[in-house]
Design a protein around this ligand. Sequence first.
Ligand SMILES: C[S@@+](CC[C@H](N)C(=O)[O-])C[C@H]1O[C@@H](n2cnc3c(N)ncnc32)[C@H](O)[C@@H]1O
Length: 171
Amino acid sequence: MASGTTPESAERATPDWLFKKLDELFRFGLDAAATAENAKCAKYLTKTDDALSTPWQGYGPVFLNPPYSRGQLALWLKKTVEEAAKGTVVVTVLPGDFGTRWFATVWSSARFILFLGGRVKFNGISSAAKFPTVIAVFGPPELTAYPSDCPCCTSRLLASVAPGSKVITNF
Ligand SMILES: C[S@@+](CC[C@H](N)C(=O)[O-])C[C@H]1O[C@@H](n2cnc3c(N)ncnc32)[C@H](O)[C@@H]1O
C-alpha cells in the first residue's frame, strides 16, 4: 500500500496544528493509538494496553490515528465501527486509499469524511506524506451530527480545519 508499510511510519504522529484544530471541535478524551511519547491526550492506549481489545467508552470523543501497516487498518476500522455503534464518537486520521477493501468501511460507515488538501507532514517522518489524508468521523446511529446538532454546521466546522479541504456528509 502506498500509504506506508515502513517501520518508520508506525510511529508517524499527527502534526500539532491538525490535532489542535480537531481537538478544538471535538474535545477528545482518549487517544486510542499512542505511546507515552506521542500521546495527544492525557488518557491514551498503547500497544501494551492493546486498544483493539480494550473498550473505548466512557472517555468522551476518541482520537485515532492508527498504525497504517499492512492489515492493520481493517482491524482498527472494525473496532472503530463497533465502538461507534456503542455510542462513542471516533475521529480517525486515515490515508486516502479510496479503492481498498478497508476504505469501503469508511465509505459505508463514517458520518463525515474530510478530504485534506495537499499532503500532511506527520511528526517523526522526514518528509510530507506521499498519500492524501482524510479525517473520517464515526458516531452512534442516533447521532446525525457532532459537535454541532446539524450536519451542515458540522460540515462547515470540519471544512474549516484546513484551507482547501472538502467534506462529504454520509447519511
Ligand atoms: C500512527 S501512530 C499515532 C501516534 C499518535 N497517537 C498521534 O497521532 O500523534 C500509531 C500508534 O499506535 C500505537 N499502537 C500500535 N498498536 C497499538 C495497539 N494495539 N493499541 C494501542 N496503540 C497501538 C503505535 O505504537 C503508535 O504510537
